[in-house]
Write a protein that binds this ligand. Structure first.
Ligand SMILES: Cc1cc2nc3c(=O)[nH]c(=O)nc-3n(C[C@H](O)[C@H](O)[C@H](O)COP(=O)(O)OP(=O)(O)OC[C@H]3O[C@@H](n4cnc5c(N)ncnc54)[C@H](O)[C@@H]3O)c2cc1C
Length: 469
């Protein structure tokens, strides 16, 4: 039975991971919600049931370690914020070592039951075919990577053709600290400075002829993942997978993304590299670099193995590996404000994977934030943003502003969806990681773990303070 309320309802479109969590957060704050979910009327190519918050593929929420794993920290922050998704996951856990894995049916049934029985929530089964009408003055679009075509077209019409992507052509992203700068050097091609640049904006990894040939052979022999039927669209020439370029001819890469022109090896200026792999700064903090032009369909294991053949990347740690798959997402850093509102359309928010986060937990967490922000606005308050030091804040920062626009490729989108990872968190204050007593040497792995632990502890403390506050 729906309760009456002095507040007008907030409309949430999409009852997936993000929409379900957003609806819950709004309803729990005493504001009515109308949740519009099309399944039951129209399906998607990946969902198999009509249940809310259906997990379309793996049943894992990944690591539950809140002391030294970024997604574990996000779990913990969501639990602190009273997340329905986490409550239902915890109640339907199946054994999976350090990971939080769930019985997918039990999980979806629990979420559906909680939402359908909440007195503040009305679930309607219908496809929303255009942008929410103006009279829905507070609304959240959380329609996910498989947003129905009619709504996707309306979003595209409103935001511009370049603002909506239907494919994720993902190049791997590397933690800067794991790149060997005794082999690599900073330089922009032809030392070009460009607006906002320094002439040293790229990290360059040099290859000699033998290394290049071995690398091309490994790419061609590497194990690739096939496209699923629902992904049917062929890729376009601007974002060919690196291994497809290698197959087109031994020299293709050397004349494409691996061209050595305009670059001088700072460690060995008299020897011209035969080929160069370039990495471009990926986040404002400079803690992550992406491999330029290295979108790939290689399997994750093959990627890590092959990309570590690149001089300077022998010990590379990947914040994310490359991929190419169907994914509808908007160019959030230019379109959304810090509280996820579409610029020029007050009260209309986006949440979940369509904003450019990736993964069940991340999508749900952005739903949680969007729900809280919308509820605050409905109460006449200014939404309170999570501190940047939290997992919530780091992910929100990535979505709404943490990317770098490339001057070398004007017009090319540089924003790519990403899972939460420690590379998105602001660095620790100097001196905040000290050598534990009894440990003679404190570097390498021990230091990296200590840094993660300190970042995680800071996040949880700051999150608790934010939620109290
Ligand atoms: C094939 C595939 C496999 C994936 N595998 C994984 C994985 O293993 N692990 C992982 O962490 N992440 C995975 N993802 C990513 C995953 O989709 C997201 O992490 C998560 O489900 C996104 O949450 P969401 O709420 O943004 O979207 P969804 O969970 O997809 O929810 C969106 C909802 O909106 C509804 N909808 C769409 N359009 C409309 C409309 N016009 N009107 C009304 N309702 C609408 C849909 O029916 C759906 O219920 C996968 C994605 C895909 C496509």
């Amino acid at each position: 039975m729906t309760k009456t309320s002095s507040f007008a309802p907030i409309h949430v479109i999409g009852g997936g991971l993000a929409g379900s969590e957003a609806a819950w957060q709004i309803a729990e704050s005493g504001i009515p919600v109308i949740l519009h979910e099309m399944r039951g009327v129209r399906g998607t190519d990946a969902h198999k049931t009509d249940g809310l918050a259906e997990l379309v593929c793996s049943n894992s929420f990944r690591s539950d370690d809140a002391t030294s794993n970024a997604v574990g920290v996000l779990h913990a922050e969501m639990r602190l914020a009273g997340s329905l998704i986490m409550r239902s996951a915890d109640a339907n856990q199946v054994p999976a070592g350090g990971a939080l894995a769930v019985d997918r049916d039990g999980f979806s049934i629990a979420v559906t039951a909680a939402l359908e029985s909440h007195p503040m929530i009305t679930v309607t089964r219908e496809e929303v075919t255009g942008l929410p009408p103006e009279e829905w003055d507070q609304a959240i679009i959380a329609t996910g990577p498989l947003t129905a075509p009619s709504l996707a077209a309306a979003i595209q019409q409103r935001t511009g053709a370049d603002s909506l992507a239907f494919f994720d052509a993902i190049a791997p992203i590397v933690h800067t600290a794991s790149i060997d700068m005794d082999t690599c050097w900073f330089q922009s091609r032809y030392d070009k400075v460009g607006p906002g640049g320094t002439g040293k904006d790229y990290i360059n990894c040099p290859m000699d002829e033998a290394q290049y040939n071995a690398f091309v052979d490994a790419l061609i022999a590497g194990d690739t993942t096939g496209f699923k039927e629902w992904e049917g669209t062929p890729y376009f020439d601007g974002c060919l997978p690196i291994e497809v370029m290698a197959e087109r001819g031994r020299e293709t890469l050397r004349h494409g993304p691996m061209k050595p022109m305009g670059l001088t090896n700072a460690h060995n200026p008299t020897v011209k590299a035969y080929a160069v792999v370039q990495l471009r700064q990926d986040n404002a903090l400079g803690t992550l670099y992406n491999m330029v032009g290295f979108q790939t369909k290689l399997k994750y294991g093959a990627q890590a193995e092959i990309f570590r053949l690149i001089p300077g990347l022998e010990n590379a740690e990947f914040a994310r590996l490359g991929g190419l798959h169907r994914n509808t997402y908007i160019n959030s850093p230019t379109l959304l404000d810090r509280s996820l509102v579409l610029k020029g359309r007050p009260g209309l928010r986006f949440a979940g994977q369509i904003t450019g986060c990736e993964g069940y937990v991340e999508s749900a967490s952005i739903g949680l934030l969007a729900g809280r922000f919308a509820a605050a606005e409905r109460r006449g308050e200014t939404p309170s943003l999570p501190p940047e030091t939290t997992a919530f804040g780091s992910l929100l920062g990535h979505i709404t502003g943490g990317h770098i626009v490339s001057d070398d490729e004007p017009g090319k989108r540089s924003f790519q969806p990403m899972n939460v990872n420690f590379g998105l968190f602001p660095p620790l204050e100097p001196g905040s990681v000290t050598r534990p007593e009894g440990l003679k040497r404190f570097r390498g792995k021990d230091k990296a773990i200590a840094k993660k632990q300190a970042t995680a502890a800071r996040a949880l403390e700051d999150c608790a303070r934010w939620l109290e506050g």
